[in-house]
Design a protein around this ligand. Structure first.
Ligand code: SF4
Length: 66
């Protein structure tokens, strides 16, 4: 029987984001800065930490895993 893998999806709260770029530095495949706000451009490209590192490094806790 195949094991199901739960992949949480990162979501950026645009109201909280201050555009520091830390999440983009940690994971440029997943996050991109546009107009000083981070956007999720490819959460399915995360293959290492399931975006937990980016979420934990955000200084304003704008990245939530859903
Ligand atoms: Fe925005 Fe947080 Fe990413 Fe910085 S780390 S750009 S505040 S979402």
């Amino acid at each position: 029987m195949a094991k199901e893998v739960f992949m949480a999806t990162p979501v950026v709260d645009q109201e909280l984001c201050i555009g520091c770029g830390s999440c983009v530095e940690v994971c440029p495949e997943v996050f991109e800065l546009r107009d000083d706000k981070a956007w999720v451009i490819g959460y399915d490209k995360c293959s290492t930490c399931n975006c937990e590192e980016a979420a934990s490094i955000c200084p304003v806790e704008a990245i939530k895993m859903e």
